[in-house]
Ligand binder design. Structure first.
Ligand code: FES
Length: 111
């Protein structure tokens, strides 16, 4: 079991949810009704699942693939701890993970 904290674009806490090891972060976000589009559903053809990982949690994640890095170059409001939620698989040793939903996500979804 992993605790996932979703922060709003302003950095305030939106939701804290429990998730299982093996789940994709994108699926956890959708189940929690977070405003992440994920237009290509994980086939690496968009960057609308972009999240900003908390600096303290970023090192817990395996490095991004070259393909993911290329897509992140296209993401609005990307930072050095940006990742694609469809590429993050939760693991047992990841006790918690905090991610911020960038402001661009709400623009894509017109919220
Ligand atoms: S959902 Fe398209 S790259 Fe993640």
């Amino acid at each position: 079991m992993t605790l996932v904290r979703f922060l709003k674009s302003d950095g305030t806490l939106d939701k804290e949810v429990e998730a299982q090891a093996g789940q994709r972060l994108l699926d956890v976000a959708w189940a929690a009704r977070e405003p992440l589009e994920g237009a290509c559903e994980g086939v690496m053809a968009c960057s609308t699942c972009h999240v900003i990982v908390d600096a303290g949690d970023f090192e817990k994640l395996p490095p991004a693939s070259e393909e993911e890095e290329d897509l992140l170059d296209l993401a609005a409001h990307a930072t050095r701890t940006s990742r694609l939620a469809c590429q993050i698989i939760l693991t047992e040793d990841m006790e918690s993970l905090t991610v911020r939903i960038p402001a661009s996500a709400t623009n894509w979804l017109r919220r």
